[in-house]
Design a protein around this ligand. Sequence first.
Ligand code: NAD
Length: 284
Amino acid sequence: MGEIRKVTVLGAGVLGSQIAFQSAYKGYEVTSYDISDEALAGARERFAGLAETYKREVPGATEQTVREAHERITLTTDLNGSVATADLVIEAVPEILSLKEEIYQKIGAAAPEATIFATNSSTLLPSDLKESTGRPDRFLALHFANQVWRFNTAEIMGTPDTDPAVFATVVEFATAIGMVPIELHKEKAGYVLNSLLVPFLASAAELAAGGYADPEAVDNTWKIATGAPIGPFQMYDIIGLATPYNIMAGGDADQQKLAVWLKENYIDKGKLGLASGEGFYKYS
Ligand code: NAD
C-alpha cells in the first residue's frame, strides 16, 4: 500500500479546517477545498484562529512550527484540481446525503485510481455513500472529534468492501497526524464514542427533566462515584446544547420530549453552553 503524502480536505468548515490544519501541522502537504471565495475567506479566518490556538494549547507549538503548518496548506475552489494528485481525500462537507453523493461522484471521476477517500460523517454510514465513490474498496470513514488537537480520537470504520490494506493505511495516517486510531470492526451508527455518549447524555436529561434530581446532583453522583473528572451536564455545556438538541429532536417520542425540555428551559433563554457563557452552569 502506497504511503500518504498529499492530503486533500473537502470542506473547510469547523471540522474540515481542523483536519487540514492538524495534517499540515504534522508535516503533510494539504489542499483545502471549499465551494466559493467567500467560503475560502471564512477558511482563512479559521486557519488564523487555529494558528493562535495551537500556539496557546499545543505543547511545543511555536510561531515557526505554526507558520510552517499554515504554509503547507493550499486553498482552492477547484474541485477536480484539488484531488488530481491526492493520496488521501478527507471529506468534511455538510451532513446531507445527496450533497455528499454528488461530491463523491465528481471526485470519483477526477481523482487517480489509487486515491483513498474517507468521510468524516458523524451520522451516515460509509455503506450509504460507498456506491457513489465508484471505488468502494478504497473508501471508509475516518471520524474526528471537534477540537482535534485536544480530543484526538480518530474512529476508523470501513464497509465489507473496504480493502484491509486501505484500512491499515488510514490507521497509519491517523497515527502520523497525532490521533489515537480507534478501529471499528463493523459498521455502527454513532461509532464508539457517540454510541456511548448519546444514551448517557439522554439518561442524564431524563433524570433532570423528570424532576428526579438536579443537574448538579447528577454530575456530582457521576464524578464522586466513578472518579470521572466531569459529569454529563458539564459535558452538555462543553459540547453546546444545540447539537444534543438536534439529535434528540430527531429521535423517538421520549427523546423529543427531552428536546423540548432542553429548548424551553435552556436554549430559548440563550443558555447554549460554555461558548455562550451559560448553559447548565454559569461561566465567567
Ligand atoms: P460546517 O458547516 O462547519 O462546514 C462544512 C463546509 O463545507 C463549509 O465550509 C461549506 O462551505 C462547505 N461546503 C458546503 N457545500 C459544499 C460542497 N458542495 N462541497 C464542498 N464543500 C461544501 O460543518 P462541520 O461541522 O465541519 O461538519 C462537516 C462534516 O464533519 C459533517 O459530515 C459532520 O457530520 C462531520 N463532523 C462534525 C463534527 C462537529 O463537531 N462539527 C464532528 C465530527 C464530524
